[in-house]
Ligand binder design. Structure first.
Ligand code: C2E
Ligand code: CA
Ligand code: CA
Length: 542
């Protein structure tokens, strides 16, 4: 007995090196027929020794303060000759282990993520890269491969945080399996992992990695709890602009938010996307100034009745004027939705459009109904509903001449908010339109539950040339249904005469699209509005 202990002590490298500690511990554990040793503290489970021959039941448990140590025998456990002695030995050894483990943990803590079971964290990752690789090698051969577990907060919500931590560890274990020796895996925190991988392996990894299957069962006697976790992936090739790899990690993080905001499972961060993200970062910082300086401007796209060619409405669409270029909303809207600034833009757009329309009206002209877009995210902004009414009132607009366009949603929570919002507008006689209709998962159930005035059929339905049979059938059914439900229907994205004629033949008379006009700057739009009618062959053909 005394010899074993002496061996253990001799094997310790008293420099706080976890690896040294582990090897010393393995040394004694093997002699003492110990199968597995687990250290548990508040939020962590750390397996410090596992000879993969352990009996996973009836551990000998030692608890001190809020740290427990569980010692499992190995399958040869029955051969223990002096079990009590072994336990005593384990206790003595473990007091070393414990003090050293804690000491070592403190020393290593800045570099290790414990939740993941000991992967390097960002600092550790940084250290390993700078000590192991040179710049040329990185540029030539490597890519940053960032991973985020989609919907991870749901796991924490449904199964509590410990299970969430277990999921992280299981994901870490699987990622460890696919990573090669000349690559690095890091746990950045929460559900974010970053790997440095060989660029040539990127495509294989993408195929291999999604989804990750884990079993969240905690104890052998529990039921299986299989989950398939889908990952969002960002790939950033390290290129000749490389100076500090930290830049890459932060680019990857921004690209990840972009991927999440736009629900894209895989983003390859190339130069073009980088430039867009720069733009986005800029607008995120500048939004208040941009609104103040009026570099965000309003374009108007006419809505037309194809039986007469008459302009029957217009949609206000945001444009950003920057350094002489016009930046389309697809670039900045998702970013503003993410930062929560979108309501500022939407209220600004409504105000601007009401101002334009009321000025036009005050000159003695007849206006048309005005459609403006709002984002689901706006509904989270306190006071948003009232602001809408306030603006409309301020410009003395007719309430029923305002149509608020809102896109479909998939989440129940959002649907409940949407209903409240639509009912509120309805009480104020303000109209609503379900935008991009037919692209969501639950268009029909939304129609049943929400009292909208209009549906705006998404442009993908009319977009195929020639029109596909299936799309035609769907279009036709939507028109029939909408008519029966006394809803207005408008079809967007109409570009050709063929599309127009088809829409006319099925009784869809209200359209918006490049066939008539693209979104126009205010002055040009006003000219069209004054003229009021389009002169096109379709309505001459009756
Ligand atoms: P949306 O609400 O579906 O707006 C219609 C988009 O389709 C506009 O793009 C318009 O230019 C485009 N479009 C119209 N006719 C045609 C056509 O015949 N063919 C094709 N291919 N496209 C056509 P835009 O202006 O780039 O806006 C894109 C999206 O950005 C809008 O889609 C809307 O979701 C969002 N957006 C624009 N302005 C605002 C705003 O002020 N607030 C919010 N929340 N979102 C906005
Ligand atoms: Ca719209
Ligand atoms: Ca639309």
């Amino acid at each position: 007995m005394a010899n074993i202990l002496q061996d253990f002590i001799n094997n310790l490298k008293p420099n706080g090196d976890l690896a040294g500690l582990k090897s010393a511990f393995s040394f004694i554990a093997e002699r003492a027929n110990i199968g597995k040793v687990v250290i548990l503290n508040n939020d962590n489970t750390d397996v410090i020794f596992d000879n993969s021959n352990s009996k996973d039941t009836n551990p000998y448990t030692l608890t001190k303060d809020n740290i427990s140590i569980e010692i499992f025998q190995d399958r040869r456990g029955s051969q223990f000759e002096d079990l009590e002695g072994i336990k005593a030995l384990a206790m003595i050894s473990l007091s070393y282990v414990l003090s050293l483990h804690i000491y070592s943990a403190y020393e290593k803590a800045p570099y290790i993520s414990f939740v993941s079971g000991g992967l390097p964290n960002s600092f550790g990752f940084n250290n390993i890269i700078t000590s192991r690789f040179n710049k040329e090698e990185l540029i030539k051969n490597y890519s940053i491969f960032a991973i985020n577990v989609r919907g991870f907060s749901e796991i924490n919500r449904l199964y509590r945080v410990e299970t969430g931590n277990l999921a992280i560890r299981l994901v870490a274990e699987q990622l460890k399996q696919i990573i090669h020796d000349d690559e690095i895996l890091c746990h950045r925190g929460a559900d974010d992992f970053v790997m440095l991988v060989k660029s040539e392996r990127v495509d294989t990894l993408i195929k291999q990695i999604n989804p990750i299957h884990i079993n969240l069962k905690k104890n052998p006697q529990d039921d299986d709890l299989f989950l398939s976790l889908y990952l969002s992936i960002v790939v950033v090739p390290i290129d000749e602009d490389f100076s500090d790899w930290n830049d890459y990690i932060s680019d990857a993080a921004v690209a990840m938010s972009y991927a999440k905001a736009n629900r894209i499972p895989l983003v390859r961060l190339d130069k073009k996307l980088k430039a867009d993200i720069e733009t986005a970062k800029h607008i995120e910082l500048m939004i208040d100034d941009e609104i103040k300086n009026k570099t965000i401007i309003t374009y108007y796209q006419p809505k037309v009745d194809i039986r007469t060619g008459k302009i029957i409405g217009a949609e206000a669409l945001a444009r950003w004027q920057k350094d002489g270029n016009i930046i389309p909303p697809d670039v900045f809207i998702p970013i503003l939705e993410r930062t929560g600034d979108i309501a500022k833009l939407d209220l600004f757009m409504l105000k601007n459009a009401c101002q334009d329309f009321s000025q036009y009206r005050d000159l003695g002209n007849e206006t048309v109904p005005l459609s403006v877009n709002i984002s689901q995210k706006d509904l989270l902004t306190p006071g948003f509903y009232h602001e809408i009414v306030k603006i409309i009132k301020k410009y003395k607009m007719n309430y029923h001449d305002i149509i608020i366009e809102i896109t479909e949603t998939t989440s129940l929570e959002e649907k409940a908010r949407m209903k409240e919002f639509i009912d509120y507008l309805r009480d104020h006689h303000i109209k609503t339109s379900l935008d991009d209709f037919g692209t969501g998962y639950s268009s029909l159930s939304l129609l049943r539950d929400l009292m909208v005035n209009e549906i705006k059929i998404d442009r993908t339905f009319i977009g195929s040339v020639p029109l596909r049979r299936k799309d035609k059938t769907i279009l036709k059914s939507i028109i029939v249904m909408a008519t029966k439900l006394h809803l207005d229907v408008i079809c967007e994205g109409v570009e050709t005469l063929e599309q127009l004629e088809y829409l006319k033949s099925i009784g869809c008379y209200r359209v918006q699209g490049f066939y008539f006009d693209k979104p126009l700057p205010k002055k040009e739009f006003e000219k069209k509005l004054t003229k009021r009618f389009y002169d096109r062959e379709i309505y001459k053909k009756n």
